[in-house]
Design a protein around this ligand. Structure first.
Ligand code: URA
Length: 216
C-alpha cells in the first residue's frame, strides 16, 4: 500500500467564521489573536479524533457496571508550536490537550532564498517512539519550514504516522512537498489557497501570521 498525505478541511461554520475574521486586514491584533485561538481549538478538536490513544475499561455508574473508554495516560502527547506564528494556535490546542508536553522550535526563513533555518530547538535528544505529536503551524506556504521540523522530529524517533499538523492556510506547493517527503502525515487546515507569491506569502492568505499575532 502506498501512503498518501491526508489533508482535511473541516466544513465547520465556526472554522469558516474565525478564518474570515483572521483574513480581514481590518481585524486588529487583539481580535486576530482570538481568531487564531478559536481556530487552534476547533482544528485541534477535529485533528485529534483518531489520534488520541484510548483504553477500554469498565466503570460502575450508580446503577450498573458499564463499558467505558478513557484517554490512555501512558502514551506521551506532545504539542509543538513552530515559533513564532505557531504560538497563536497554542492556547486553543492546549485547552483540549492540557496534559501534553510542549516543545518549542523556532524556524526563520531567509527573506531572499526562502531557505528555512532552525534558531531554537527545545526537543529532547530522543522522544518515546509512541509519542503522539501535534504541530501548530498556521501557514503552510512553501513547505520548507514544516519539512525541516519533521526532519528534526523523525531523527529523534518520532513516527510520522503519529503526527498531526494543525494549520490555518495551506498551499498546494507545501502539501505536494509533504506528500513526497512524509506521505503518512495528516494535515488539518481551515483552507487551501492556490497561490504562493515570490516572497513566499500565500495569496490571498492572511498576511504575516507572526506580525499580525504579535502586532509587529
Ligand atoms: N508565513 C506567513 O506568516 N504568511 C504567509 O503567507 C506565508 C508564510
Amino acid at each position: 500500500m502506498t501512503l498518501q498525505l491526508r489533508v482535511y478541511v473541516p466544513p465547520h461554520p465556526l472554522i469558516k467564521h474565525w478564518l474570515a475574521v483572521a483574513r480581514d486586514q481590518a481585524t486588529p491584533s487583539v481580535l486576530f489573536r482570538s481568531a487564531m485561538t478559536e481556530l487552534g481549538r476547533w482544528l485541534t478538536y477535529e485533528a485529534i479524533r483518531e489520534w488520541l490513544p484510548t483504553i477500554d475499561t469498565q466503570v460502575n455508574t450508580p446503577l450498573a457496571p458499564c463499558a467505558a473508554s478513557f484517554i490512555n495516560p501512558e502514551v506521551p502527547l506532545a504539542v509543538i508550536p513552530i515559533l513564532r506564528a505557531g504560538l497563536a494556535l497554542m492556547e486553543g490546542a492546549q485547552a483540549l490537550l492540557p496534559l501534553a508536553s510542549v516543545y518549542h522550535i523556532g524556524v526563520v526563513r531567509n527573506e531572499e532564498t526562502l531557505e528555512p533555518s532552525v534558531y531554537l530547538n527545545k526537543f529532547p535528544s530522543q522522544f518515546d517512539p509512541q509519542t503522539r505529536v501535534l504541530i501548530t503551524e498556521p501557514m503552510l506556504a512553501t513547505g520548507g519550514t514544516i519539512t525541516t521540523v519533521m526532519g528534526e522530529l523523525t531523527q529523534r524517533g518520532i513516527d510520522p504516522a503519529f503526527v498531526r499538523i494543525v494549520s490555518v492556510v495551506a498551499s498546494p506547493p507545501a502539501l505536494q512537498k509533504l506528500n513526497v517527503t512524509y506521505p503518512g502525515l495528516v494535515v488539518y487546515t481551515a483552507t487551501i489557497d492556490e497561490t504562493v507569491n515570490d516572497k513566499g506569502y500565500i495569496v490571498p492568505g492572511l498576511g504575516d501570521a507572526g506580525d499580525r499575532t504579535f502586532g509587529t
